[in-house]
Each structure stands twice: as C-alpha cells, then as structure tokens.
Design a protein around this ligand. Structure first.
Ligand code: HEM
Ligand code: HEM
Length: 223
C-alpha cells in the first residue's frame, strides 16, 4: 500500500515537471507571437490591435497559466494543507483578475472599432467560463475557508469541487482554442511563421490541459 502511494506520488511529480516546462514554453511563445509577430500591447493607442492583443495575453496568462498553476499547487509544493489551500486560492484570484482584465480589453477594442458584442460561440463559452470560474471561487472560499463548512460536509463536497474545477479549466481551454482559430481566420493566416506559432500555442495549451487533468486524477490516490 505504501509502495503504491509512493508510485502515484512519483508519477504525479513527473507530470508536474512536464506541466511546468509547458508553462514556460506557452508563455514564451505567446509573448514572442504578440510582441514580435504582431503589434505589441497598449490599453490606449491609435493602433487598435494593440488593445486587442491584451486579450489573448491576459486570458491565456489568467485562465490557463495561473489557474493551471493553482491546480498543480497540490502536487508541486511540499507544504501543509492550510498553506496549499492559501496558495491555491491566491493563484485562482490572480487568474480571475487577469482574465477579467483580458476580457475588458476585447470589449474596449470592440467598442473603439465599432464591432458588435457577443456574437460568436467563442464569446458565449468564454463568458460562461468566467461566470462559472467566479462562482467556483466563491463557493470554494465559503466552503473551505470562511466561514467554512463542517469537516464532514467539506469531505463530501471536495470531489465535486475537484470535478467542477477540472470542467471549468477545460472550458477555458476550449475558449482559448476557439479564440485562436477565430483569430487565425480573421487575420486570413495561411502557411507562414505566425500560422505555425498560433497552432503550436494551441497544441501546447491542449497538452497542458491533459497534464493538469492527469495530476488531479493522480491526487485521488494522494491520501
Ligand atoms: C479563456 C480565455 C478567453 C476568454 C474567457 C475569452 C472571452 C471572450 C469574450 C467574452 C469575447 C467577446 C467580446 C465582445 O463581444 O466584445 C471575446 C472575443 C474575442 N476573442 Fe476571446 N477569450 C479568451 C481567449 C481568447 C484567445 C486566446 C484568443 C486568440 C486570439 C481570443 C480571440 C478573440 C477574438 C478574435 C474575439 C472577437 C470575436 C468574438 O467576439 O468572438 N480569445 N473573447
Ligand atoms: C475557480 C476557482 C477554483 C478552481 C478552478 C479549483 C479547482 C480545483 C481542482 C481541479 C482541485 C484538485 C487539485 C488536486 O488535488 O490535484 C482543487 C482542489 C482543492 N481546492 Fe480548489 N479550485 C478553485 C478555488 C478554490 C478555492 C477558492 C478554495 C478555498 C480555499 C479551494 C480549495 C480547494 C481544496 C481544499 C482542494 C483539495 C480538495 C481535496 O482533494 O480534498 N479551491 N481545486
């Protein structure tokens, strides 16, 4: 039994290391794409695409990188449960704030270039993801931290929290993949460096989703 637990712990460790390599690659590629191959970023500018570019940057950093890191916390950091809970919560709070700023940027861009709002599947799934993310954060806080449910209720609720957490994380991945594809079509990208870059970012994000999901499954054998 002890051997089996150790084996699961070791597999979770390998997956976590792999996931962190993906985080570094995704962040580097997104920055390279938006700074070198596109116009860069600005909240106010006559070059309106600079405002739009904040959207993929901040939503990917928030809902993928920070939220993924928050979920990985339980495997990546050897600390006590209360400390892990705090880090998990703070990372998710940063994720939500960054993601909301990213969506604010695309609304601002749409207003400034007079494009209608909320007309695509991407925007529908995206907005649903943000609402569910905020709800999960609130329910997690109330159940596990303040005022905190009784320990039996917390134990019964934990698997549901993990399940919905993973579902919301995958909804964010679907949103990013549809956003990248939409951008590909709007920009009429064909073969070329930017097209390759965007496709690789999408593939790495998908792989990151698999790695994060796998660490959560391995957590079933943690205790
Ligand atoms: C989880 C991450 C994301 C969320 C929650 C999200 C959410 C949204 C929302 C709510 C809108 C509608 C804005 C409006 O109607 O004014 C939008 C628009 C847009 N987003 Fe995203 N987005 C995400 C990631 C991305 C990424 C990575 C890209 C890639 C470039 C992208 C590309 C676009 C484009 C091209 C639009 C304008 C067309 C449209 O409304 O669908 N999004 N996004
Ligand atoms: C949108 C926000 C959130 C998402 C997407 C989310 C997602 C997840 C996921 C996927 C796990 C499983 C991690 C693993 O064991 O590998 C988890 C565990 C956990 N989360 Fe969250 N979480 C969120 C917010 C919160 C908040 C605000 C709290 C309160 C501090 C919290 C407390 C916990 C606890 C205590 C566990 C461990 C459950 C157990 O296995 O016993 N979460 N969360």
């Amino acid at each position: 039994m002890a051997n089996e637990r150790l084996r699961y712990r070791m597999s979770a460790l390998y997956v976590t290391v792999f996931a962190h390599l993906l985080v570094v690659s995704i962040t580097t590629l997104v920055l390279f794409w938006l700074i070198k191959l596109r116009e860069g970023f600005a909240l106010k500018s006559d070059i309106k695409m600079k405002i739009f570019n904040l959207h993929p940057l901040l939503t990917i950093l928030g809902f993928i990188v920070f939220s993924g890191e928050a979920i990985l916390t339980y495997k990546a950091i050897p600390a006590s449960r209360p400390v892990l809970k705090l880090i998990h919560f703070i990372f998710h709070l940063i994720a939500l704030t960054t993601g909301i700023l990213g969506v604010y940027a695309v609304f601002k861009f749409h207003n400034e270039v007079a494009i209608a709002h909320m007309y695509t599947l991407h925007s529908w799934i995206g907005l649903s993801t943000i609402c569910l993310f905020a709800l999960q954060l609130l329910i997690g806080l109330v159940t596990f931290v303040y005022p905190g449910a009784e320990s039996a209720t917390r134990a019964r609720f934990a698997p549901w929290h993990v399940f919905f957490g993973v579902v919301i994380f995958y909804m964010a991945i679907v949103t990013v993949e549809t956003g990248l594809s939409e951008n590909f079509i709007f920009k009429k990208l064909q073969h070329g460096q930017e097209a390759l870059m965007v496709n690789f970012i999408g593939l790495l994000i998908l792989l990151f989703g698999v790695a994060v999901g796998l660490t959560s499954v391995l957590s079933l054998r943690r205790k």
